[in-house]
Every structure is written in structure tokens, then in C-alpha cells.
Design a protein. Structure first.
Length: 336
């Protein structure tokens, strides 16, 4: 049996293990990329690797200047190979990960966001960018929206099976709903006339029938609008999610072209705790209540809390005695 055939069989076993555990497509690509990189460095089948060779491979990654994130992803794929596919826990124990630096994400200010949305080429482009900025959606979540996901009764957008195979609800501002209705009237229906209305994509592909637009197309539209707006920062489409603004009036100002001199306080959509410092665009508006902030960040309504004023001990005792005396049962005198 040749080396190539052994590598192909091991690779096929690894793919089967990934599929059997229902890992996503991105995870499968990342693990196979790590497998290919290690096999190319080893120049033979990875099932013959030793503990010292795994250590040398990690040294090789450090010397070649591979980024920490790329390096950790590579070693995660190799750990899956040795622990799951090959059942070599002794080799998997030789793999270690590096701590990634925590960086503050870059955000857009009010003027940049206004210019970005104003430079969108069409109503469709402006709506997609507004969904990323006003609802904090990822690019894949924007493109996978269907008619059934828009709940105008409860004013929420339902996100199904997103990152981590999780569902969640996000807020739907009234002005965003108006934009969605405008786009639905202008949206071409020749691509999915046979599809039931609730199952239709909001942003269908023009080339692939029954499929939504690709994230590559949305990224290109974003960078075209950013270049036209003169934004010099190193921003990406995900920057809109970092600049997420949980207020309905903001999108109305930007999409209608009116001045936006004030902004609500923003919270990080990736964190379960509010921001430590107010957002720099939060000048001029009162801070959001904890109830509205929780609804904007988590997509669910917090439980009601009844706040009762505290009374002094003497006053509590007086009120208790008054109630007892008022509702005390009356004694009837019997005459004999």
C-alpha cells in the first residue's frame, strides 16, 4: 500500500468522524486544512507521527510566524485527528494552545455610519447594511432571512440555527419593518414564484435558483459603500455588528438622510454584561433602561420585579398592629 493511499484513507476516516459528530462545514474545512498542513510537513502519513515530531511541528509553526489564531486552529484539528480518529491520547496530550490577545473591536462613529448607509447602491443594499447595524446580525444571518422569520406582531426577528447551532430573537425597530415592507414590494418574484411565501428568501440569488445571496457578494457591497463613503479605517462587514445600536430611531435617521447628532448607548452584542463605559455616540440621549438593554442584547424579556419601598422598623410594626386590630374577629357576648 502506497503512502498516498494511506493518507487518503486516513483523511476519509477523519471526514467520517467529523460528519458523525455533526460538526459544521467550517469546522470540517478547518480540520482538514490542519491535517493537510501537518502531512505536508511530515512528508508521510500522520498515523506514523511520534510525540517528538508533534513538538517539532509546533516549534515550526512558531518559527514561521504563524498567527496565534491560525496556529490554535491547526492544533485543534490535529487534536481531533489523534484523539478521535487515531485514538492516540498520548499524542493528543502533547498538543497545547496559546492564549489569544484580547482586542477591542473597531466601531464606526455616527458620521461614518451615516455616510456608509447613504452610499448604499440600492434599497436592497441599504436594508442589508441596516440589518447588520440596527439589529446586530452577522452576514450569514442577514442572507438566511426568510419571510417567516419576520414577526411584525411581536416586533422581533427570529434567527434560526446560527453560530453554535443556536436560535435567538432580536429586536425589530418599526422603521426597519417599514424598510422591509418597501423592499418586499420592490423585490423581484421571478426567482421563487413556486415557493410558498413564508419560505421565500428575503435576498434571493439571481444566479442560483432557490438559494440566497452569498456572503462574498454582501462583503463586496459593503466595501464598495465604505470606499465610496471615504472610510479609511480597516473595517469589515462584521464592524456593523460591533457598532450595533439598539434603538429604533437611529436607523430611521440614517436611512432617511436626516441628521443624526445623537445616539443611544450601545452594548456589546457578544457579551452578557453591559459595556463598562458609555459608547462615544451616546451623547444627547438618556441611557437605556436595564429592561430595554436586556431585550436588545439577549433577545428575551427579563422577569418582572416588584420593588416595594422599605419602611422603618417602627413603622412596619405599627402597620402590622393596625392590620391585626382592624381585621381581628369580633367576640360575641352570650347572655344566659
Amino acid at each position: 500500500m502506497t503512502i498516498d493511499s494511506t493518507v487518503d484513507q486516513l483523511r476519509q476516516r477523519m471526514v467520517e468522524d467529523i460528519v458523525a459528530r455533526k460538526r459544521g462545514l467550517a469546522c470540517q474545512k478547518s480540520h482538514l486544512r490542519a491535517y493537510k498542513r501537518f502531512a505536508a510537513w511530515l512528508q508521510r502519513s500522520p498515523d506514523t507521527a511520534t510525540a517528538d515530531e508533534i513538538r517539532l511541528f509546533q516549534v515550526h509553526l512558531a518559527e514561521t510566524g504563524v498567527g496565534i489564531c491560525t496556529r490554535n486552529n491547526t492544533m485543534t484539528g490535529l487534536r481531533f485527528l489523534f484523539r478521535v480518529t487515531l485514538r492516540r491520547h498520548d499524542l493528543a496530550a502533547e498538543i497545547y494552545h496559546l492564549k489569544e490577545p484580547q482586542k477591542v473591536p473597531m466601531i464606526l462613529n455616527a458620521d461614518e455610519t451615516k455616510r456608509l448607509l447613504a452610499m448604499a447602491g440600492s434599497l436592497r443594499d441599504r436594508l442589508m447594511l441596516s440589518l447588520g447595524y440596527g439589529a446586530g446580525l452577522r452576514s450569514s444571518e442577514i442572507l438566511r432571512l426568510k419571510v417567516k422569520h419576520i414577526d411584525s406582531a411581536q416586533m422581533v426577528i427570529r434567527i434560526e440555527q446560527s453560530k453554535g447551532r443556536k436560535d435567538r430573537n432580536v429586536m425589530l425597530p418599526a422603521e426597519m419593518l417599514d424598510l422591509l415592507r418597501q423592499w418586499w414590494k420592490a423585490r423581484p418574484s421571478r426567482y421563487d414564484r413556486q415557493t410558498p411565501v413564508p419560505e421565500r428568501w428575503l435576498f434571493p440569488s439571481r444566479k442560483l435558483a432557490g438559494k440566497p445571496m452569498t456572503t462574498r457578494q454582501l462583503n463586496r457591497l459593503f466595501h464598495e459603500a465604505a470606499d465610496a463613503a471615504g472610510i479609511k479605517k480597516g473595517v469589515t462587514l462584521h464592524t456593523l455588528r460591533h457598532s450595533f445600536a439598539p434603538a429604533s430611531a437611529t436607523i430611521a435617521r440614517y436611512c432617511s438622510g436626516r441628521s443624526a447628532t445623537s445616539h443611544p448607548q450601545r452594548s456589546n452584542p457578544h457579551s452578557r454584561t453591559p459595556a463598562a463605559h458609555p459608547h462615544p455616540l451616546a451623547r444627547g440621549l438618556p441611557a437605556l433602561s436595564p429592561r430595554f438593554r436586556a431585550l436588545a442584547v439577549f433577545g428575551r424579556r427579563p422577569p418582572e420585579r416588584v420593588v416595594r419601598p422599605s419602611l422603618p422598623a417602627s413603622e412596619n410594626l405599627h402597620n402590622t398592629c393596625t392590620i391585626l386590630l382592624t381585621h381581628a374577629p369580633q367576640q360575641t357576648t352570650r347572655t344566659g
